[in-house]
Design a protein around this ligand. Structure first.
Ligand code: PEP
Ligand code: MN
Length: 365
């Protein structure tokens, strides 16, 4: 004889439980709809969605009316979960509405750097020295890029350095040098701006405004870049979550500048064999979550020259729209990042290998 046959009313009791589950489900859904409606009213009135006083009142009333057998602590815990689920629901709706989200715009954004499209399926390469040091240094790199069919030249003029005693960059003079080399070789130029007040001036020199890892949450800078008429190359903060990264991009796009490229550049972990830890999974996640083009900085993420090719391949295989790398005519005497930049023959070899692997074609880099 089976256990259930010994207790003929078990099935009946289970049926009652099933009925109650259904009722609870309907009630929870109704409750969620009401919470959502309240959220809309609060939004319209500019009131904060989370109201701790109201939550305390509801919990007190529930505990007061608790008929048992659950103790008060359990009732509090269960209802806190229900309250939290309603709040999460409102938060999720909010996320759905992000301008940078694919839910808002399913098709890929193609960023136009002048006449150069980025994120249209072809793989882009941004290359150049860590810092702009001299006209001749930038010219040599620009020429190498031109010869390799790479059209985006990078170089730092305002350098966010860890130590105040390290080379801080040539400032506006650096932007002028970069522009001159860009014009001579027909390249677009990318340079980091660190001060919101410099954005307007920088627009006269650069084709792309870079916002560096250290400034990913410099909200005033993000707002200023959002008001700019040039595309923005936004790097992930070294301790930023993917969500924080997307919100940083949202600051720019919500201010009216839809031309944003995201760049994963490695995050800080305990691992010391690379300068940072490349979060490769961020690439497909960003592509899934957002319609913006995604780059991987293979130089700062690794801090080493010997693994740039496999890392670049991994990035592109993971769905990145492009890569960024540092190239210097004589890295050993570079004024910044001397240990990680590759020289021009190494860059030529790198490009050859990328072409051989089918990741770039000379006309699309
Ligand atoms: C850079 O690309 O010049 C740079 C400083 O990188 P990051 O902001 O990612 O550290
Ligand atoms: Mn650098």
């Amino acid at each position: 004889m089976s256990q259930e046959q010994k207790h003929p009313d078990l099935e009946q009791l289970r049926n009652q439980i099933d009925d109650i589950n259904q009722q609870l489900l309907q009630l929870l859904s109704q409750r969620a709809e009401l919470a959502r409606a309240i959220g809309e009213v609060k939004k319209a009135q500019g009131i904060n969605r989370f109201d701790p006083v109201r939550e305390r009142d509801m919990l007190d009333r529930l505990v007061q009316d608790n008929p048992g057998p659950f103790d008060d602590g359990t009732i509090r815990h269960l209802f806190k979960q229900i309250f939290k689920a309603s709040l999460d629901l409102q938060q999720k709706n909010h996320k759905k509405a992000l301008l940078v989200s694919r839910k808002r715009r399913p098709e890929d954004t193609v960023v136009h750097v002048g006449e150069i499209p980025v994120g249209n399926g072809a793989k882009s390469i941004v290359a150049g020295p860590c810092s702009v040091e001299s006209e001749e240094q930038v010219r040599q790199v620009a020429q190498a890029l031109k010869e390799q069919g790479v059209s985006l030249l990078r170089g730092g003029a305002f350098k966010p350095r860890t130590s105040p005693y390290d080379f801080q960059g040539l400032g506006i003079e650096g932007l002028r040098i970069l522009r001159k080399a860009g014009d001579e070789f027909g390249l677009k130029v990318v340079s980091e701006i660190v001060n919101p007040a410099d954005i307007e001036l920088a627009e006269q020199y650069v084709d792309v405004i870079q916002i560096g890892a250290r400034n990913m949450q410099n909200f005033e800078l993000l707002k200023a870049a959002g008001a700019a008429s040039k595309p923005v190359f936004l790097k992930r903060g070294m301790s930023a979550t993917v969500e924080e990264f997307l919100f940083a991009a949202e600051y720019i796009v919500s201010r009216g500048n839809s031309q944003v490229m995201l760049c994963e550049r490695g995050i800080r972990t305990y691992e010391k064999w690379t300068r940072n830890t490349l979060d490769i999974s961020a690439v497909p996640i960003l592509k899934q979550e957002s319609h913006l083009p995604v780059f991987v900085d293979i130089t700062h993420s690794t801090g080493r020259r010997d693994i740039q090719l496999p890392v670049a391949r991994a990035a592109l295989a993971a769905g990145a729209d492009g890569i960024m790398l540092e190239v210097h005519p004589d890295p050993s005497v570079a004024l910044s990042d001397a240990n990680q930049q590759i020289d021009i023959p190494q860059f030529n070899k790198f490009m050859e290998e990328m072409r051989r692997a089918g990741f770039v074609t000379s006309s699309t880099a």
